[in-house]
Write a protein that binds this ligand. Structure first.
Ligand code: UDP
Length: 321
C-alpha cells in the first residue's frame, strides 16, 4: 500500500513516515516545511515540497497512493488565537482541497490527525468521544470543522478515522537517526523541562489549579504508540464510515509529577519556577481510550519514563537523517 503522509516533515508526521517504511508501506510526503524539517523525511519517501493549499502539489503528491494520513496543519493553541484566519485557511481550506483531490484521484481512505482540543474545557473526566465538542480556541474549532467535513464526505464513500490526540510526547530512533520535537519556539512541557537550566528555569504555568497539587493534569502518549494506532486505523477503515477515536494513555500526570519523574530519569533536579497561568489551558485532560482498545485493538505500551527518556536521548544525539 502506498500512503500519502501530509505534514510528513513534522514531528509526528516524520515519525509516521519512518515507521510506515519500516513496516513495508510505500510513502509519499507532502509538506511545505513551514514548521517541519526536510531533513526529517526519510530518503525512501517520495517528497513533494508544497502546501496543502496548492492544488497542483496535492494532486501530484496523491499520485499512486491508496490512502492518506493527514497531519499537515497549524497546531498551536496560542498562535491560533492570534491568527484565526491562518488556522481557518490551512486547517479547513487545506483539508477541503485535500478531500476534493482525493475524490478526483479515487483515493477513498483517510486517517486524520484530530485533537482533544475539540472538546474544550471538559465537564466530565475521562473524556469520551461522546463528550460535548466545545472548543475554546480557533485551533480546536478548525479541527472540529474538519472532523465534520470528513463525516459529510464519508456519506459519499470515504472510509475515514479521526484520531483525537491528547498530549503526544517522546521520540523515535529511526534507522537514520532520532526523530523528535523540533518546534521553534518549543512550547511543550517535556522538551522544555529537559532543556531547563538554572539561568533559564522551566516556567510552571500556575499552581492554583483545582488539582491534587495545583498544577495542570494531562494525559501523555508516546509518539510511537500513537503511530501504531494510525497504522491500525489505516488497516481498519470501512467504506462510507467515519469513526472518531481518542488516543491517550487513559491516565494523567500533573506538571509537578512530570517534573519529578523526569528528574529521576535523567538523574538531576529540573530547575523550575512558578509563572502565571497560560491562557487557554484547561485544568485536567484525561482520555477515555476504551474505543481505541475495542475498535483498533490498541493500547499504549510506553509510559511517561519512556517518553522522557527517549526525548532526553534524542536531545543528546543528532536528529534527522
Ligand atoms: N507547561 C508548563 N510549562 C511549559 C510548558 C507546558 O507548565 O513550559 C504545562 C502546561 O500549562 C500544561 C502542561 O504543561 O498544563 C502540558 O503543556 P504542553 O504545552 O506540553 O501541552 P498542551 O497540554 O498545551 O497540549
Amino acid at each position: 500500500m502506498r500512503v500519502l503522509v501530509t505534514g510528513g516533515a513534522g514531528y509526528i508526521g516524520s515519525t509516521a513516515v519512518a515507521i510506515l517504511l519500516e513496516r513495508g508501506y510505500e510513502v509519499n510526503v507532502l509538506d511545505d516545511c513551514s514548521t517541519g524539517h526536510a531533513d526529517a523525511v526519510s530518503a525512501q519517501a517520495k517528497f513533494v515540497n508544497g502546501s496543502i493549499l496548492d492544488i497542483g502539489a496535492v494532486s501530484n503528491a496523491l499520485k499512486g497512493c491508496d490512502a492518506v494520513i493527514h497531519f499537515a496543519a497549524k497546531s498551536l493553541v496560542g498562535e491560533s488565537v492570534e491568527k484565526p484566519d491562518l488556522y481557518e485557511d490551512v486547517n479547513v481550506n487545506g483539508t477541503r482541497i485535500l478531500l476534493a483531490e482525493m475524490a478526483k484521484a479515487g483515493v477513498r481512505k483517510l486517517v486524520f490527525s484530530s485533537t482533544a482540543a475539540t472538546y474544550g474545557e471538559p465537564e466530565v473526566i475521562p473524556i469520551t468521544e461522546d463528550s460535548l465538542n466545545k472548543p475554546t480556541s480557533p485551533y480546536g474549532t478548525t479541527k472540529l470543522a474538519v472532523d465534520q467535513m470528513i463525516t459529510a464526505e464519508s456519506k459519499s464513500g470515504l472510509a475515514a478515522i479521526s484520531l483525537r490526540y491528547f498530549n503526544v510526547a517522546g521520540a523515535f530512533e529511526s534507522k537514520s537517526g532520532w526523530l523528535a520535537e523540533r518546534h521553534d519556539p518549543e512550547t511543550h512541557l517535556i522538551p522544555n523541562l529537559l532543556r531547563a537550566t538554572a539561568q533559564k528555569p522551566l516556567k510552571v504555568f500556575g499552581n492554583d489549579w483545582p488539582t491534587k497539587d495545583g498544577t495542570c493534569i494531562r494525559d501523555y502518549v508516546h509518539v510511537v504508540d500513537l503511530i501504531d494506532a494510525h497504522i491500525l486505523a489505516l488497516e481498519n477503515l470501512e467504506v462510507s464510515n467515519h469513526k472518531i477515536i481518542n488516543l491517550g494513555s487513559g491516565g494523567g500526570y500533573s506538571v509537578t509529577e512530570v517534573i519529578d519523574g523526569a528528574a529521576k530519569v535523567i538523574g538531576r533536579e529540573i530547575p523550575a519556577e512558578l509563572a502565571s497561568r497560560r491562557s487557554g489551558d484547561p485544568a485536567v485532560l484525561i482520555a477515555d481510550i476504551s474505543k481505541a482498545k475495542s475498535l483498533l485493538g490498541w493500547s499504549p505500551k510506553r509510559n511517561i519514563e519512556d517518553m522522557v527518556g527517549d526525548t532526553w536521548k534524542s536531545q543528546n544525539a543528532s536528529t534527522g537523517n
